[in-house]
Design a binder for this molecule. Sequence first.
Ligand SMILES: Cc1cc2nc3c(=O)[nH]c(=O)nc-3n(C[C@H](O)[C@H](O)[C@H](O)COP(=O)(O)O)c2cc1C
Length: 183
Amino acid sequence: MIIETIICTKNNQGNVNFAPFGIKKNKNYILISPYIPSTTLNNLRATGNASINYTDDATFFVNCLLGKKNFQKKKCSKINSYFLKDALAHDEVVVESVKENKVRPIFKCKIINQEEHKRFEGFNRARNSLIEACILASRVKILKKKQILKELEGLKNSVEKTAGIKERKSWNLISKFILNETR
Ligand SMILES: Cc1cc2nc3c(=O)[nH]c(=O)nc-3n(C[C@H](O)[C@H](O)[C@H](O)COP(=O)(O)O)c2cc1C
C-alpha cells in the first residue's frame, strides 16, 4: 500500500524542503522513491534523514504544488531536522541503504522515532479529490489535455458535495493551476 505524505528534508546549508511523496511502509522501514531530479532526493543523499508527515489536510499537498511551501515547522526529537507543525503524526527516519536507479532510486529508511500530535477526525471525499488533483497537477506535462479535463471533471462532483471553505478555495487554485499548465 502507498500512503501519501509530506516529506520534510534539509540540505547541508540548512534549507528546509517540504514535498508530497507516496511512501511504502513495512514494519520499522519506509521506502521513498523520488524520480530524478528532486530536492528531496538530493537532501536524502546529503543528510541521510527526513521526517515523514501524516496529515488529513489536503491543502498542504495543494500548497506544495503551487510552490507555497513555507509551512510552520518544529524541531525533530531524534534527527537534526524539522517536522510539519500541523501534522497529525510524524515519523523520523534515517537512510539505511539506496537501491540505485537512473530514473527512480529507492531509499530504504529506518524509523527511529514516531510521534502523534492530533486526532484524525475522519475521511472527507473533497480532500481525497484534492490529493488526486495534485497528482494530476504533478503530471500536467506528461498527460494529454483531454484526459486531464476528463479526470478533473470526475473529481469536481465530490468537491461540490462535500468540501469545506478551505477545500473549496484550494480546489479553485489547483484547478486553475492545472488548466493554465496543460498543453
Ligand atoms: C500525492 C503525491 C504523491 C507523490 N509521490 C511521489 C513519489 O513517490 N515520487 C516522486 O518522485 N514524486 C512524487 N510526487 C511528485 C513530487 O511531489 C514532485 O515531483 C515534487 O516537485 C518533488 O519535490 P522536490 O523537488 O521538492 O523533492 C508526488 C506528488 C503528489 C501530489
